[in-house]
Design a protein around this ligand. Structure first.
Ligand SMILES: Nc1ncnc2c1ncn2[C@@H]1O[C@H](COP(=O)(O)OP(=O)(O)OP(=O)(O)O)[C@@H](O)[C@H]1O
Length: 207
């Protein structure tokens, strides 16, 4: 489904990684590990098409995403390590805005149901800046329930979540891959058995 071929990434004068290749298919959960500064976010951004590699290609269903990104983008949810929410808007309005950006739809019932599922009952209409860090993270994660996309690319999605939140997300990742999806995630905490089967891709820090 998604292949990275011979990818090299250079930031300033440091080569973060050189000539790396990986591929994920339906049913794969790939856990990208590595120390601070190894280049995990840089790699995820390349895999989503947000950054171009210094060399190499990324293909979705055999098509280079640099040549034709539209089929890929409609099948992708990327959640960066920041929550990416607008603090002045409520959770509901954040989700509506995000859905509009992604040409996706959900009625109000579905939005309230999703926020309830992720533990935000009673907080749906509060400006997000008044929510706790973990609650803001939950607003961001609720997008996973709302857009039908086969590829999830998640950068430190567990940050600020409590133990129940971590388990909920791991179970949802497992559900996604068991239903033919793909998850690529970073985390500085090991995945638990709630996440099901996964592969590890280690990125070393290069000087
Ligand atoms: N746009 C940029 N310009 C210059 N240097 C950058 C840029 N983006 C990232 N870097 C550098 O690349 C290195 C890797 O950053 P990256 O965010 O990919 O690491 P990471 O593995 O995700 O780290 P962490 O675990 O701390 O989140 C860092 O040293 C960072 O300073």
């Amino acid at each position: 489904m998604l292949e990275a071929c011979e990818i090299t990434c250079i930031k300033r004068d440091r080569t973060l990684f050189e000539g790396i290749s990986l591929s994920v298919d339906a049913g794969d959960l790939l856990y990208l590990r590595g120390p601070n500064g190894a280049g995990k976010t840089s790699l995820l951004r390349i895999l989503t098409g947000l950054s171009a590699p210094d060399s190499g290609t990324v293909r979705f269903n055999s098509v280079d995403i640099a040549v034709n990104a539209s089929a890929y983008l409609s099948n992708l949810v990327y959640l960066g390590h920041k929550s990416g929410t607008n603090g002045s808007l409520s959770a509901i309005d954040n989700l509506k805005f995000w859905l509009a950006q992604h040409s996706a739809n959900a009625d109000d019932d579905a939005l309230y149901e999703t926020l309830a599922r992720i533990g935000l009952v009673g907080l749906e209409d509060v400006p997000v800046r008044y929510l706790s860090a973990g609650q803001q993270r939950r607003v961001a994660l609720s997008r996973l329930w709302l857009k039908k996309a086969s590829v999830w690319v998640l950068d430190e999605p567990f940050t600020a979540l409590d133990t129940k939140g971590v388990a909920l997300l791991e179970q949802f990742m497992k559900h996604h891959v068991e239903n033919g999806g793909v998850v690529i995630t970073t985390s500085h905490q090991a995945l638990s058995e709630e996440a099901g089967r996964y592969r590890v891709f280690d990125l070393e820090y290069r000087f």
